[in-house]
Design a protein around this ligand. Sequence first.
Ligand code: TYM
Length: 334
Amino acid sequence: MTNKKIVFSGIQPSGVIHLGNYLGAIKQWIDLQDKYFSIFCIVDMHAITVQQEPEELQKNIRELAAIYLASGLDPKKAIIFVQSDVSAHTELAWVLNCNTQMGELERMTQFKDKSQRHKQNINAGLFTYPALMAADILLYQTNKVPVGEDQRQHVELTRDIAHRVNNKYGQVFEEPEALLPEVGARIMGLDDPTSKMSKSASSGNNYIAMTDEPDKIRKKIMKAVTDSGSEVKFDEEKKPAISNLLTIYSLVTEKNIKSLEKEYAGKGYGDFKKGLAEAVVEFIEPIQKKYKEYIDDQPKLEKILTNGAKEAAKLAQPTMENVRKVVGLGVAND
Ligand code: TYM
């Protein structure tokens, strides 16, 4: 299919896409698409592991696609598509489910967290979700999976499943690795620097949504929790809140943390937050402008996603055919 190494990643279209998603995942993807054969997915099948309104889900899929494109993912360089438009994902997921142990799934910290939060809907899909994620990745013979820290465990499980299947049936899958950004793999909540920035946080002040208005961004940053003392210094143990804000500042401006510390030496948290707020607004505004262009042109958006799905389906076919063959499934041909 290609001599280049293959990159695959995805985001759930389940509401808000925040700066953590951007800095932990999308930011890496933009660089990777130039070097690797890249496939970026909107994983709507994953999103339905929690209750979704159909119209809302359709809207979220499109909005996420517009964010991908506005951020700089380029359909000429990368395949961009919606997971459910390529049925091989769920087909392979079933086979992988049959090669995944309950105990492995029970150890997934995200399952433990989510089943705590959605006690009234702990469905089987929520439990077996990592096998679907493994299918997404393995279907394309992926080498690298650029994700934030919270997805590392799922990628490691994917690797274990691939290894197990290869041992059983011969070389069926590449055994992929997670690719985490050196800085920004775990952006923390603005209102609570002890837990990650999350779209399911109880307060909107936890995150900066990629679509938040500039004034809202300013307000959220000015409200962000700080640490005791007044010095702007990176120290994750003693100053988790300021360290998180410095990380964000550094990533959106490409200035290193040391130079930011120098810039704010002798100034207080107030000045620092004002500077950060303007830096984030300056960074997000051009993305929002492009976002609006994409979201206002639905036919173009649909065309990109339809073409992407066609290409992805073609790429997935040989792996799926091989899986059916080695496992001993089916009879009908063509
Ligand atoms: P999702 O939709 O929760 O998150 C999308 C991406 O954003 C990263 N991320 C963060 N990075 C830094 N700081 C944060 N606070 C933060 N919050 C989220 C995530 O690590 C992720 O990279 N199961 C996956 C989606 C998925 C997938 C895949 C990913 C499905 N199939 C195949 C890679 C390959 C998920 O729910 O991500």
